[in-house]
Design a protein around this ligand. Structure first.
Ligand code: PA5
Length: 451
């Protein structure tokens, strides 16, 4: 099994009889999910994406089209800007950085363009920084928005569309803009049809934060030169591994059950931890997936994250010794293809010869073990998720593992894991304050509140 849960460091936090007690509820959640009887059942398309791309003729054809588009963009672009926010960018960026490294854009690439993500904030400074990167270089734009109306993304696209049309003309721009959006609705779809951009469809039944294994994630991931076939093969392995209704045979469900038990005991914060710098954006993807899926109706674990050993020098004190309200889910990749051998130094001025003769990864492993012992001693429960290594296959497996455990977690909690009503509140206020037509009544009220 690629993702394996290790519960050895939950002793004293969860009793042996507690998993059997929650098992029937897991089975109910499994049945609701697989029969389509649960809340939000219009959004279950992600469950079968590995099969769709692996076996369905339409899915296979789309995967080929994604790879062809990626090859075309790789050939004609030094830089690619991916516009999107939330589920429309996090997964793509997370996979690319996890596989290619967090310094991907700073290294000379082998036939793949630099990739930057914009349209995910309203910061003019960030936008100007991105714009300064493309002035004299060949670039393409991938714009991703399921609704096709998200302000951050639409605003960024307006700016890039003007620039790209000015530089390459209408026909040239058509070759360099790809839109990933709803099959029928939204202004982006209308615009793409009118301008003749190549488009990919985000299926109706796949919500933003569950969309990384559609063209939303797969196109940018393929442009960066990652192996999307291996990613999908891994997700398929994850799908089969997580298909068993019996939680004692299914680590994905066991993880969902344990985090639910910990929440009931007052551990309200889950901190996802890894020892890989390149995993930092996967942490962000995880936080969106679980935060937006569970945080509603006054319920839900708060998802947080850390990169160790880096953050042991910032958050470590709190985890060891602060208020007892968080648990850690630690991802441990057992092997690495990228290691460093530590040599003996005759003078030993830095006193580090006790580390000589081993790989740096072995030192990291001791940090992992030492931290586990220290933090559990300090009364912070630790769930360990072990993976053989960090590559496309294992990451595909892990993505499916988290998506399905998130759905089961939501059902165990009694919430609809597939909606996000809370995200609308800030938008309504922002539109009213900006004077968008249709929000006149709210505007006066909000201005009075702001004083
Ligand atoms: O998970 C979600 O549904 C959200 O995070 C969306 O992905 C995000 O709000 C962007 O929406 P859209 O793709 O419609 O622009």
């Amino acid at each position: 099994m690629a993702v394996k849960i290790n519960t050895a460091f939950l002793k004293g936090f969860i009793q042996e009889n507690e998993l059997p007690l929650i098992a029937p509820f897991c089975e109910l959640a499994h049945n609701a999910l697989h029969s389509g009887d649960g809340a939000g059942s219009d959004f279950l398309g992600w469950l079968n994406l590995p099969e769709y791309y692996g076996m369905n003729p339409e899915g296979k054809a789309e995967l080929t089209r994604i790879k062809d588009a990626a090859a075309r963009i790789r050939a004609n672009s030094e830089v690619v800007i991916v516009l999107g926010i939330g589920g429309s960018y996090l997964g793509a960026r997370a996979v690319i950085e996890a596989i290619k490294g967090s310094l991907y854009n700073s290294r000379p690439q082998q036939g793949t363009p630099e990739l930057y993500f914009a349209g995910n904030s309203l910061s003019p400074a960030y936008m100007n920084e991105i714009l300064s990167l493309i002035t004299d270089r060949d670039y393409s734009v991938v714009v991703v928005s399921k609704s096709g109306t998200t302000t951050e993304t639409a605003l960024a696209f307006r700016i890039f569309k003007e620039l790209i049309e000015k530089k390459y003309g209408q026909d040239g721009a058509k070759e360099r803009i790809i839109a990933i959006t709803d099959k029928a609705r939204g202004t982006l779809k209308e615009l793409a049809d009118k301008k003749g951009y190549e488009t990919f469809v985000i299926p109706d039944d796949v919500g933003g934060r569950f969309s990384v294994l559609t063209a939303v994630g797969l196109l940018p991931i393929a442009i960066a030169g990652c192996d999307v076939d291996a990613l999908m093969a891994g997700s398929e392995a994850g799908m089969w591994a997580a298909a068993n209704p019996d939680l004692f045979e299914n680590d994905c469900y066991k993880y969902a059950a344990i985090r639910n038990l910990l929440l009931r005991k007052g551990y309200k914060i889950e901190m996802l931890v890894s020892y890989e710098n390149s995993f930092a954006m996967m942490n962000e993807w995880f936080k969106q997936l679980f935060g937006e899926s569970e945080g509603k109706d006054g319920k839900g674990l708060f998802p947080a994250s850390a990169t160790f050993s880096t953050d042991l020098h910032s958050l470590g004190q709190y985890i060891q010794d602060g208020a007892r309200m968080l648990f850690e889910t630690v991802l441990w990749f057992k092997e690495t293809d990228s290691d460093l051998f530590l040599k003996d130094e005759p003078e030993n001025l830095d006193g580090l010869n006790f580390l000589s003769g081993q790989n740096m990864s072995a030192v990291c492993e001791k940090a992992f073990q030492g931290t586990l012992l220290a933090h559990t001693e300090g009364r912070t429960p630790n769930i360990i998720l072990e993976l053989p290594k960090l590559d496309e296959f294992e990451l595909g497996h892990l993505i499916y593992f988290f998506e399905k455990s998130c759905a089961i977690s939501g059902y165990l909690l009694g919430v609809n894991p597939f909606d996000q009503p809370g995200v609308e509140s800030y938008k309504k206020n922002m539109f009213a304050l900006l004077g968008k037509p249709g929000f006149e009544a709210e505007k006066a009220e909000l201005l009075a509140k702001l004083g």
